[in-house]
Ligand binder design. Structure first.
Ligand code: G2I
Length: 459
């Protein structure tokens, strides 16, 4: 059983010296302390979430707790690759859509988990490699993120790509063997497909400053310096009987790189320390202003993948455990995420006399620019269309592709042709642009598109 292997890896990080000073801190509750996890987290500008197996949404005892206590959900399995693309190019969103509807009806945000992961690949993808796999994986990212566009708060774009042990390097997998740039290619494709979602890298055994978390830290720093779109890092936090003393410091060093951090799959082995560890993790998140929320990997002990570990906040009868109280108290005692400083009051109106209106005639037309994310054998093109000063009621962008290049997939435009001269027309919702307004579309292809330049015509 694959997930057993992960569990062992996750809980054998025996980090000692665990719960330092913070644990003995007296917990006070503020005057307007919340009485549920969701209310208390929301008061502090954060979310408190749970992983949900959507089949359980029809169990009343389960859903009662979920709706009362949590304001964020993540699909435990239903948005993974094997669930969403069981056969190549045939997508299935039943479970994921059901969870999104439940979330929307109950005031919950949704974390998306996970676009690319070496586990739970569908069989057809397990058998692929090289540029065929690279194209298939980028297509998967594009299609799934496009389907859920606008509905996901944060996506785990890539899950568990780093190796355990002391190397600090990447984990071997067929995804990794498509080339070291697979992670950034996935993030760029996800950004194009759902520009509103925060894009996260997510992993386990990263619960302190260690070789693995440092490998990830270096990747994030590199991505930020090169403009690869990454917004957040998820710390799964499948924990044993102790907590790294530098858990909070580790979150903070990532936050200092300019990304949000989130606790994404929290569960803690039962035992004397369980409530203390839950409290300490919550306090650590509260103390890091860019820690935007916490998700536990399930609701009740019996819902957990960790079986007899009794690792969650509610027992099998739905009763709140001591760990629940520790979390609630820590949420209520913690600081709120600082809000943006008030903006300066408006300055005095300018006293200059009004200038003459511009005399230039409006520019009929549009401009287009392209940014390419290329790898050996394929590419994703992101195209920006800017309306001239007369605006547009429609636009059409042409490219002449080098020989050997072929368009395989297009979003937010309609393609005509796939090789040679290819044209992309607006779709019904993005043709009408005001003066200077910008819209974006994209396409994916095989071969190389390097050096292509777009021409834009407006109507
Ligand atoms: O392994 C714990 C988590 C580690 N981080 C990534 C998470 O995505 C992962 O979640 C677990 C789910 O909680 C399990 O429910 O991922 C496992 C897969 O590696 C999930 O287990 C699978 C079983 O392996 C399948 O046999 C089963 O069909 O759950 C499937 C649906 O119940």
């Amino acid at each position: 059983m694959k997930h057993r292997r992960v569990l062992r890896a996750a809980v054998t990080v025996a980090v000692t010296g665990a719960l330092a000073a913070g644990m003995t801190m007296a917990l006070t509750t503020s005057a307007n302390a919340g009485t549920t996890l969701r209310a208390s987290a929301a008061e502090k500008g954060r979310y408190f979430g749970a992983a949900v197996a959507t089949g359980k949404l029809s169990t009343g005892a389960y859903t009662t707790i979920l709706n009362r206590e949590f304001n964020s959900v993540v699909a435990e399995n239903e948005m993974k690759w094997d669930a969403t693309e069981p056969q190549q190019g045939r997508f299935s969103y039943t479970g994921g859509d059901r969870l999104v509807s439940h979330a929307q009806a109950n005031g919950m945000s949704v974390r998306g988990h996970a676009l690319l992961w070496y586990q739970q690949e569908p069989g057809w993808a397990q058998n692929m490699s090289g540029s065929a796999l690279r194209s298939a994986m980028i297509n998967h990212v594009t299609q799934v993120a496009t389907h859920f566009r606008g509905k996901i708060y944060a996506w785990d774009v890539v899950n568990e790509a780093f190796a355990d042990g002391g190397s600090g390097g990447r984990r071997d997998s067929n995804l990794q063997r498509t080339g070291n740039d697979w992670i950034e290619a996935a993030f760029r494709a996800a950004r194009v497909a759902d520009p509103g979602a925060k894009l996260c890298y997510n992993d386990y055994n990263t619960d302190g400053i260690n070789a693995k978390s440092t490998g990830i830290y270096n990747m994030v720093r590199d991505f930020k310096s090169r403009g690869v779109p990454i917004d957040c890092v998820g710390f799964q936090s499948h924990l044993g009987t102790s907590l790294a003393s530098d858990y909070q410091a580790n979150l903070q060093r990532f936050a200092d790189l300019g990304v949000d951090v989130q606790i994404t799959e929290l569960d803690v082995m039962t035992g004397g320390n369980q409530a203390n560890i839950y409290g300490a993790v919550t306090r650590a998140c509260m103390n890091v202003s860019r820690c935007t929320g916490i998700t536990t990997w399930g609701v009740r002990d019996c819902d957990s993948w960790r079986g007899s570990d009794n690792a969650l906040l509610f027992d099998c009868n739905g009763n709140k455990k001591a760990a629940y109280t520790a979390v609630l108290n820590a949420l209520n005692a913690g600081p709120a995420i600082p809000t943006d400083p008030p903006t300066d009051p408006p300055t005095d109106p300018p006293t200059d006399p009004p200038t003459d209106p511009p005399t230039d005639p409006p520019t009929v037309g549009c401009a287009a620019s392209v940014s390419l994310n290329s790898w050996t054998g394929g590419f994703v093109a992101s195209v920006k269309v800017t309306a001239g000063s007369a605006g547009t009621s429609g636009w059409n962008v042409g490219f002449t592709l080098p020989s050997g290049a072929s368009v395989t997939n297009t979003w937010s435009a309609t393609a005509s042709g796939s090789t040679g001269t290819v044209r992309f027309a607006n779709v019904n919702y993005n043709g009408r642009l005001g003066a200077g307004q910008v819209t974006e579309f994209g396409f994916q292809g095989t071969g190389s598109a390097s050096g292509v330049t777009p021409t834009c015509t407006a109507s």
